[in-house]
Design a binder for this molecule. Structure first.
Ligand SMILES: [Zn+2]
Length: 338
């Protein structure tokens, strides 16, 4: 009976806790702050009938968004190069291109393997004269997938490729900040344009777990690698806003603060004392639970410290901060030096 009561109490505590943060109840949802007004001001008007909004950003570059994903294309005097074909609106891109130029589409570049960014590519496969270009490792992965919605590229390269077309240059270079097969920096110097998908979302902290990176060590380096280029327009592949160097810097500042805060708190915890305290209640049998107590302590303390520092600077802090802390904690505990 005592055990049962204890279990009921714990369940009650957990349900109260999760109620406050739940995304599954209206009460829980109301706990989240609205998107920052400064970010809201930057929203584009997406015509619901059209399903996307499009803007020229200079030098022949256009950016298209449906409010959740972004694509871009470069118009030259000798054809058009498209960067990514998102699952949601990729099929509409040829029409969008045709609305601003009579030039034919010559290339589609895949930024990386993820379905959400290239799962609308089939329409390009059916267009005459279009070559799909991607990293060799991306191509190898797609061959194993045999996915009709992500056609295998026509041309591949290992690490770097430059495409010159109609007096414009597209520099593609491989990085590993996000996905195992590689992620491209897509740089158009004549347009001062940089596209690097899934690392920086201007105005916001990154998506869950530092943009679901498979390599936080490389993610930590991506900002300086981006800053080494000259660009005024930055496209990150998600939501509406395009950005610039300040957005890369802001995301770097946030990322480094999370990393350093988690590292300081983790390395300062007296783990034996934390385990001994928890063992007074549960004993020493449940080693997984005792381990979790340590990780949760670091996570909770880091979130409590970081949240007030960032909640008014970038959007999405209360949505994803805990996931960022968890990702940094895995790196700090298992990969990083003390
Ligand atoms: Zn991705």
């Amino acid at each position: 009976m005592r055990n049962l009561l204890h279990a009921v109490c714990i369940a009650a505590v957990f349900s109260v806790g999760s109620l406050a943060q739940s995304t599954q109840t209206s009460e829980g949802l109301k706990q989240y702050v609205p998107v920052l007004p400064s970010v809201r001001k930057g929203f584009w008007d997406v015509d619901p009938k059209l399903g996307y909004a499009m803007k020229p950003v200079g030098g022949g570059m256009y950016v298209i968004t449906d409010d959740m994903w972004q694509s871009a294309f470069l118009v030259t005097e000798d054809g058009v190069i498209v960067f990514d074909a998102p699952e949601t609106f990729g099929a509409k891109i040829p029409k969008a291109v045709a609305s601003v130029t009579n030039q034919p589409i010559k290339y589609l570049i895949y930024s990386h393997i993820h379905r959400d960014h290239i799962g609308g590519a089939t329409v390009f496969r059916n267009l005459k004269g279009v070559k799909i270009v991607a990293l060799q490792a991306v191509s190898e992965f797609l061959k194993t997938q045999n996915d009709l919605e992500r056609p295998v590229p026509d041309e591949t390269f290992t690490a770097d490729r430059t495409i010159k077309l109609g007096g414009k240059t597209v520099q593609l270079s491989r990085h590993f900040y996000h996905s195992n097969e590689g992620d491209l920096f897509i740089y158009v110097p004549e347009a001062e344009f940089m596209m690097a998908v899934d690392c920086v979302t201007p105005g916001y902290i990154p998506f869950s777990g530092f943009d679901i990176t498979t390599n936080f060590d490389q993610y930590l380096k991506v900002f300086d690698e981006l800053m080494a280029y000259d660009f005024t327009t930055f496209v990150g592949g998600h939501l509406t806003q395009i950005g610039g160097k300040q957005d890369v810097q802001d995301t770097k500042d946030f990322t480094m603060d999370v990393y350093q805060t988690v590292k300081r708190i983790h390395n300062g915890v007296d783990q034996q004392a934390v385990v001994a305290e928890a063992a007074k209640t549960i004993g020493y049998d449940n080693k997984f639970l005792l381990f979790r107590v340590i990780l949760d302590k670091v996570t909770d303390e880091a979130v409590a410290e970081l949240k007030p520092r960032w909640i008014n600077r970038l959007a999405g802090v209360d949505v994803w901060l805990e996931t960022q802390v968890r990702s940094a904690l895995i790196y700090v505990r298992w990969d990083d030096k003390k």
